[in-house]
Design a protein around this ligand. Structure first.
Ligand SMILES: Nc1nc2c(ncn2[C@@H]2O[C@H](COP(=O)(O)OP(=O)(O)OP(=O)(O)O)[C@@H](O)[C@H]2O)c(=O)[nH]1
Ligand SMILES: [Mg+2]
Length: 713
């Protein structure tokens, strides 16, 4: 069974759009129109090819991108349905990486939504040729003109109307096509429309839009422009060729009309895909990491890119790949450029939702899957020996939320660790950290929907019940003034005793500070602390009051306390310690005595030195529709936010603020509920700042209770 389609007849399409814009429903239409399925499934019935996962059926949303393929008039059209929720942006990015045309769905009753905008930014990274499809035209609130106007405001005037609806809203059934200059009239059940002449009353509008379309095509190509000037028109073949070129260059984004629910417009869209949209070999070559051009040539050396991995009970463990060059045959041995490991590709599949069909080969430009490769991961390149190709990786988004995770039952910790490792393997937008500092396993991901999916997978797929809890805040402790303390550690119990006395001054450390006043400096060491900041340790002992050999023990004691600060048990930073006096005992002094004396002197001096708790402050950016900016700002103000900037981006406002991490715990879900999912935010660590006095008191009171209990216990 050889590949049935040559490179020129393979097209890779990705369906994009805000949640609910109708991508999965449209995919169903496309598969139905191509005869791949005999009945269209619906989201309500939970029987679509795309949303087959139990969790997707339960929620009515796509969560994982799905690869499907159709055959249409001699073409193989790979379609990737993607999730609209930004929590699953990783899958959108990986699908975009391997697609040659995107179809961005707009909901005619909603216009441009926040997801549309966010996804658009991703498409710009890849310069994917884009089609717009205005969906939900049967909705009583559908407003085609307003949707197009908004789309142009957001994405520019390269949006070019190819179709407009005749009677949008309830009873919608006619589309006027200004490329073909015809009217499509659908039956109630949709499907194949009747082709009718454009009604007289629509003629001038259709002519005007046709002219704009032709001018847009001609405007991007000199030869076509000349032809247009000569004849005052372009024929359909010229328009198609010009349009393809303009789409590749991002000069034209053709706009179509559909009602996916009623199966209207999908067939014409497929026709446009095979007629006009570029095949993989018509796209610019891939530029490798080293700068080589990799052409989509079936006769070239094999170069394939892993863009996705899944592990699902009924579908199996699969690595999804796109062949960028050469013809990949089952049984071939390839080299993983990233790991250097040789991988044998035993089996190859084309995929249809949750079905996989074995094939012998995949030609350049095609997308398929293989059984999950042990040493090959998402973003790795596989190539034939001696080529050394490495394709550019997908840059996945950083996480938005973090939460501590633990097992419900004791003893399942290892099971959880393994499951998390597996999850991370499939989903590079998850981060896992075992924090020594906070003594928590912390999972960071894209948002609360993403988190719910992770929990579901852990419980249903990996059979480990988990609980989430608030991530502890990585506070830091420091001091505001200098202080001195003396501590004598003395223990006499039968045999050998313990004795060590340390006199210590501590001061807030800052860059370029002069040597300690009034002390006789004999030596100094600067220690960069692994948790940030410094400890500068001065030896100012005079007259041999303490032996040199005990200094490391004193430092050890100080360090120990700095790892569990006196105020709240957090890491201590930016302190200068000067040991300037002490006493020894000729027999009882030893390392342990001086370690304890150093630790206690430090602890006591710290308490006298106006201790200051520091908290992490995040840089936060929120993108929200203009009309709800007030609500978002109000909520930020309850979180001790310092708003630093407000800018307008189209119909959206971007709020830039500094917010303490301690106030951001539930922000993702709170923002979602305030804005009904229409806003997006990102944050990253900015700096450490002092905690307000009252909060510091509460935190240190709470700690002193625990600290005491620990001592007693
Ligand atoms: N009336 C009407 N409903 C539609 C249309 N297209 C989709 N729907 C409905 O809108 C809802 C969302 O459709 P989906 O196909 O799941 O949307 P999606 O873009 O895949 O959404 P996500 O997977 O969440 O990103 C479903 O209930 C569909 O039945 C349409 O053209 N008209
Ligand atoms: Mg969907």
């Amino acid at each position: 069974m050889a590949a049935e389609f040559d490179t020129a007849h393979v097209k890779n399409i990705v369906l994009l759009g805000h949640a609910g814009s109708g991508k999965t429903t449209l995919a169903e239409c496309l598969l139905f129109e191509a005869g791949l399925i005999s009945k269209r499934g619906t989201i309500a019935e939970g029987n679509t090819v795309g949303d087959y996962h139990d969790l997707e059926k339960e929620r009515g949303n796509t969560i994982f991108s799905k690869l499907m393929h159709t055959r249409w008039r001699g073409y193989k059209i790979n379609i990737i349905d993607t999730p609209g929720y930004d929590d699953f942006a990783g899958d959108v990015l990986s699908a975009l990486r391997v697609s040659d045309t995107g179809i961005m769905l707009l909901n005619a009753s909603m216009g441009v939504e926040v997801g549309t905008d966010v996804i658009w930014q991703y498409t710009e990274r890849f310069k994917t040729p884009m089609i717009f499809a205005v969906n939900h035209l049967d909705n009583e609130k559908a407003d085609f003109d307003a949707t197009v106007k908004e789309a142009k405001q957001h994405f520019g005037n390269n949006i070019t109307v190819v179709q407009y609806p005749l009677n949008q809203g309830e009873g919608f059934q006619s589309i006027i096509d200004v490329l073909r200059m015809t009217m499509y009239k659908f039956k109630d059940a949709g499907g194949k429309p009747e082709k009718l002449p454009i009604p007289d009353e629509e003629k001038s509008k259709a002519d005007e839009l046709h002219k704009l379309l032709v001018e847009a095509v001609a405007g991007n190509d000199e030869t076509l422009m000349e032809k247009y000037f000569d004849k005052g028109e372009l024929d359909e073949e010229d328009i198609k060729a010009g349009m393809k070129k303009a789409m590749i260059n991002h000069d034209i984004f053709p706009l179509f009309c559909i009602s996916a629910e009623h199966n209207m417009g999908g067939g014409r869209l497929m026709g446009f895909i095979d007629n006009v949209c570029p095949s993989a070999n018509e796209m610019p070559p891939q530029i490798s990491v080293k700068g080589e051009e990799i052409h989509c040539n079936p006769g070239g050396k094999v170069c394939a890119f892993i863009f996705k991995a899944t592990s699902e009970p009924h579908v199996g463990d699969l690595s999804f790949l796109k062949v960028y060059s050469g013809t990949l045959k089952a049984g071939m041995e390839l080299i993983n450029e990233t790991t250097g490991v040789a991988e044998k590709i035993n089996q190859l599949f084309v995929v249809e939702g949750n079905k996989r069909i074995a094939v012998n080969e995949l030609t350049a430009g095609d997308i398929g899957a293989t059984l999950k490769l042990r040493n090959t991961h998402v973003n790795n390149t596989l190539h034939e020996k001696n080529t050394g190709y490495e394709l550019k990786p997908i840059v996945f988004p950083l996480s938005n939320i973090s939460i501590a995770i633990s097992t419900l039952k004791k003893g399942e910790e290892e099971k959880l660790a393994n499951a998390l490792h597996q999850l991370r393997e499939e989903d590079p937008t998850i981060e896992i950290e075992v924090s020594q500092e906070l003594k928590q396993t912390i999972i960071s991901c894209q948002g609360d929907m993403h988190l719910a999916v992770i929990k579901w997978k852990l419980e249903h797929q990996y059979k480990v019940d988990v609980v989430f809890s608030e991530t502890k805040i990585p506070y830091r402790e420091t001091i505001r003034t200098a202080a001195e303390a003396v501590y004598r550690h003395k223990k006499q119990s039968g045999g050998a005793g313990q004795f060590g006395e340390v006199h210590m001054r501590i001061e807030p450390w800052y860059e370029g500070m002069p040597d300690p006043e009034g002390l006789n400096v004999r030596g100094r060491d600067t220690h960069e602390l692994p948790w940030g900041g410094k400890l500068v340790f001065y030896n100012c002992i005079v007259g041999g009051a303490i032996d040199q050999r005990f200094l490391p023990s004193i430092l050890k004691g100080v360090m120990e306390k700095m790892q569990e600060g006196p105020l709240t048990g957090s890491y201590v930073r930016d302190i200068r310690v000067s040991v300037f006096d002490g006493r020894m005992h000729p027999v009882d002094s030893n390392d342990i005595s001086f370690k304890i004396a150093g630790l206690m002197a430090f602890k006591n001096a710290f308490r006298l030195a106006a201790p200051q708790l520091l908290e992490p402050i995040q840089h936060v950016e929120v993108l929200c529709p203009e009309n709800i900016t007030g609500a978002v700002m109000g909520d930020l103000q309850t979180r001790r936010a310092l708003v630093e900037g407000l800018t307008t981006e189209g119909n959206f406002t971007k709020i830039i603020a500094r917010v303490p991490l301690a106030e951001m715990y539930d922000y993702a879900s709170s923002l979602r509920s305030i804005t009904q999912g229409r806003a997006k935010f990102k944050m990253n660590f900015h700096e450490y700042c002092p905690v307000p006095f009252e909060m510091q008191r509460k935190l240190s009171d709470a700690y002193s209770k625990v600290d005491k209990e620990e001592v007693v216990g």
